[in-house]
Ligand binder design. Structure first.
Ligand code: ZN
Ligand code: ZN
Ligand code: ZN
Ligand code: ZN
Ligand code: ZN
Ligand code: ZN
Ligand code: ZN
Length: 346
């Protein structure tokens, strides 16, 4: 912290006095004339730890840099800076509005810091003639140390500062660099974090991450098959290319197509035709064996079906018998009821 700097600074949208930096846990790291780069520190476990993301270039509202040195009559005896909003006392001395107001501040019996004459409230006047003279003093741009060559009347300084290119700004791509505004475009054109488009999958990605993205991740990036060495394949096509069932990679080891019949043979895909030629007899015998097993199976099924038929016929017979019995029982019951009814009538 440099103690000879005073004024207000803007950080993260709020104003604070630079002398309060410690109170808001801010430490000044670099001083560029009137531009400060502030790093926010947070207290963690008793230590101040720099929060990288909260660093921000700020500007500080400072006294102007007068060139040439202003005449002594324009110097405030209290702050020793050039008079700001000059006020004149009844004893004829001039002070900055802020400086003398701080001393008077509603008190009575206030004395002039220069000649000890009593300053009466109501005898302080804005000195507009002096204000005009002071505002006409020649100043340099506050950013002259960064190379700005602008000079002009003090009254025009703020207008210039609003458009001055010699201020520090952050690279918009988040690489963390603070750079002079006038070099911002040159830097951002080559910044490692600038967004570029992957020509293969068309996503936007930081330049520094592009190679890693292409070599390891990009699904459209052309790669070589690690098994057969064939190039020009998109990364997303590799798994289909080497698939044991649907693929076409000649070097991938795949099973014989008669696996289901019992052939245990495995072979690079390109050698399979040879195997089919050599193992024709084996495959035919597997097929014959398979067919005979199928036939046996069919026989078993037919037997099962005929047994089911027999059982079904038996069941139907039993049901028919039950029906017959039920009919007989009903008729008998009706007969008995009829006899009983007649007996009662008699
Ligand atoms: Zn002053
Ligand atoms: Zn005086
Ligand atoms: Zn400038
Ligand atoms: Zn950058
Ligand atoms: Zn890509
Ligand atoms: Zn391959
Ligand atoms: Zn086989």
């Amino acid at each position: 912290m440099t103690s000879n700097i005073r004024g207000t600074a803007k950080l993260l949208g709020s104003d604070f006095s630079v002398t309060n930096c410690v109170a808001v846990q801010i430490q000044v790291r670099e001083v560029y004339e009137y531009q400060l780069v502030l790093y926010e520190y947070k207290k963690i476990s008793g230590k101040f730890v720099m929060m990288a993301d909260s660093t921000e270039v700020i500007s500080i509202d400072m006294d102007a840099v007068f060139d040439p040195e202003p005449d002594r009559k324009y110097i405030c005896p209290i702050c020793l800076g050039v008079l700001k909003d000059p006020m004149q006392t009844s004893c004829g001395h001039r002070f900055c509005h802020g400086c003398i107001s701080g001393i008077v501040n509603g008190r009575v019996n206030v004395k002039c810091p220069v000649d000890n004459m009593r300053i009466k409230t109501g005898e302080l006047f804005e000195d507009n003639a002096y204000r005009r003279e002071v505002m006409s003093l020649c100043v340099k741009c506050n950013n002259y140390r960064q190379g700005c060559l602008w000079t002009g009347e003090w009254r025009n300084l703020q207008d210039h500062l609003n458009i001055c290119d010699f201020i520090y700004v952050r690279c918009q791509y988040g690489c963390g660099l603070s750079l002079l505004k006038q070099t911002q475009n040159d830097h951002e054109a080559i910044c490692e974090r600038r967004p570029v488009e992957c020509q293969d999958c068309h996503i936007q990605i930081a330049f520094a991450d592009l190679t890693k993205h292409q070599v390891l991740i990009c699904q459209n990036f052309l790669v070589q098959c690690a098994v057969c060495g064939q190039g020009g394949l998109k990364r997303k096509e590799i798994s289909n290319h080497t698939d044991v069932n649907k693929g076409d990679c000649p070097e991938t080891v795949v099973p014989c197509q008669y696996t289901a019949l019992g052939c245990q043979h495995q072979q690079k895909r390109r050698n399979l035709p040879e195997h089919y030629k050599e193992a024709t007899d084996h495959h035919v015998s597997l097929l014959v064996q398979h067919i005979s097993e199928q036939n046996k199976h069919i026989d078993r099924l037919e037997k099962d079906i005929s047994q089911l038929h027999i059982r079904q016929e038996d069941s139907e017979k039993i049901i028919e018998e039950q029906h017959e019995y039920l009919r007989f029982s009903t008729e008998t019951l009706i007969t008995i009821i009829g006899i009983k009814a007649r007996n009662c009538d008699i």
